[in-house]
Design a protein around this ligand. Sequence first.
Ligand SMILES: Cc1cc2nc3c(=O)[nH]c(=O)nc-3n(C[C@H](O)[C@H](O)[C@H](O)COP(=O)(O)OP(=O)(O)OC[C@H]3O[C@@H](n4cnc5c(N)ncnc54)[C@H](O)[C@@H]3O)c2cc1C
Length: 558
Amino acid sequence: MSHVRGFSRRRFLSGVAILGATPVYSRLAALPPFQPDRQWTGDDFDEGHDLLRNPRGLLRQLGEPVDHPEAYDVIVAGGGISGLTVAYKLRRRRILLLERERETGGVSKSENWNGIEYALGAAYMIDPEPDEEDPAPQDVLNYELLVELGLREKGEDLAKEHGKRRRWAGNANHCVFTNSAVVPEQNVYTEQNVKFFEAVNESDNFPSIPPADQRLVHRLDTLSFQQFLLDAKVQQELYGATVGDIPAGGWEAIEYYFWGAFGTNSWETSAYHGLNFFAAEFGNILVYPGGNAYIARRLTERLRLHHPEIIRTGHCVLLIEPEREGKAYAVLAYRDRKVHRYHARAVVFASPLFLAKRIIPSLPAAQLQALDTLDYRSYVVANVLLRRPMRRIFSDKHFADGYELTRIHGVDVRHAKPEHLSARGVFSDIVNATFPIWGESDYAILTVYRPYPYAHGRERLRYLTYDYVEAEIRCAVLEGLSQHGLRGSDIEGVRLTRWGHPMLIARPGQLAGGVMALAGRSHPGLYFSHTDVQGAPAIENALASAHATVEAVTAYLR
Ligand SMILES: Cc1cc2nc3c(=O)[nH]c(=O)nc-3n(C[C@H](O)[C@H](O)[C@H](O)COP(=O)(O)OP(=O)(O)OC[C@H]3O[C@@H](n4cnc5c(N)ncnc54)[C@H](O)[C@@H]3O)c2cc1C
């Protein structure tokens, strides 16, 4: 057993010991009544569609904009993790951030029930604590940001310090289960499988984002992740080892991992991105209450503290166009049936890339064409609110104190159509929302990830009703967890969030063929900062984009 696995196991055991000392379960009678409004939480699908279907037409309809003559240094269009990070790092400039929704955070949003924060989307990141001997530059930047925000501290042991409201989930907290049993690790992945991914994680050939080595991009991005797993020659050549045979349960767990993390199947996902995500899972996972929304909220608080007017929510950017012969940009944003025109020397487009075609029509034709080739997948997140704490529901300790729970079905995923599998109510994984508060609650929340990993999934989701999706998820959760201890009466309610285009498909060839570089290409005064720019959905990608943008904008404004 490797160092990383042994370490994780100790972490897991320390978590169990602490749980024994948590307060006892209070009586159900004390619960406040739950009154679901049976409406999607999170972002408003329909309003976004209405406003951005034809921005120029809408602008004509709404008449002359309200002009705001103040010239900003930078306007950031979009307040997800990436846009917030750019604004935070440039906060000493004259800066304005316009966010379409009422709240910042983008896909990294959370809500609260009975004092428990739970994620509506992004749930965790890879802990960026830099390697002491060989620190990766992106880790250093991400770690410094977290330290500056008061979200990470040097020398802390997040396996033990439960006063911290953040926690490491080692791979022992990754629990795979069937309807009737928790599956032992060796039945999911062999020791050779695990050693291989750990070796990739430690290797100089780790597929970093942003890519540092074009040769590696060409070697890996021209394969799918599944092809890579079957190609011992490439594995040996790049990592001096092979992954070996993967047990059936392992193939299935990998497949659901890809559904969950990319919204895709392993055979349609670039091996470069696939390995970047999957191998990193064998390191330390960093979890905050409510997931990555915790970071977004801290960034928002710090920005508002610096200047209460930096962030303007409820502003949907409709058009970005050059003015003063390209020396500045005008940004037109919709708010309350009016259009507002703002001006800046530089603009950072921090919204999903597919919107750039509509919002920045002045982009070069080749870039607009590259943007046209990008394709997205949809997602539902269900928060299942439970009237008993995890340890009172699930008898298996791996389960009760696990963080990420993946159900496998004994299906031969390599020969099953994802739409058929998915239509059977298969969720990709579940996270335990009380994990980063060390289980210290009388209640529990299971955050259930329900992707639609096939071509017409987005259309399907558009027409599925709230009640349909809720019933489907309730049934799937009960079917999967009832033999582990969950009862129907434990479920106080289910809240659902729909994400329309959050997952850019990381197709093989997009990096190596140059499409991604072209689609997200910045120009003097106009920059792109979003996870999409790197070609796959992850906070690390959103941050990588933000750091590069800050550097470029700073040089431009000098
Ligand atoms: C269900 C789900 C789970 C995920 N889980 C994880 C996870 O656990 N870990 C992880 O690392 N990643 C996860 N991700 C990926 C996640 O997308 C990224 O981690 C990250 O949150 C992306 O941040 P971003 O700022 O690049 O983009 P976004 O979050 O997309 O932010 C873009 C912002 O732009 C705004 N916007 C859009 N249009 C306009 C407009 N016209 N005008 C003004 N504003 C606009 C949006 O409202 C949004 O706030 C998950 C994604 C999904 C969908």
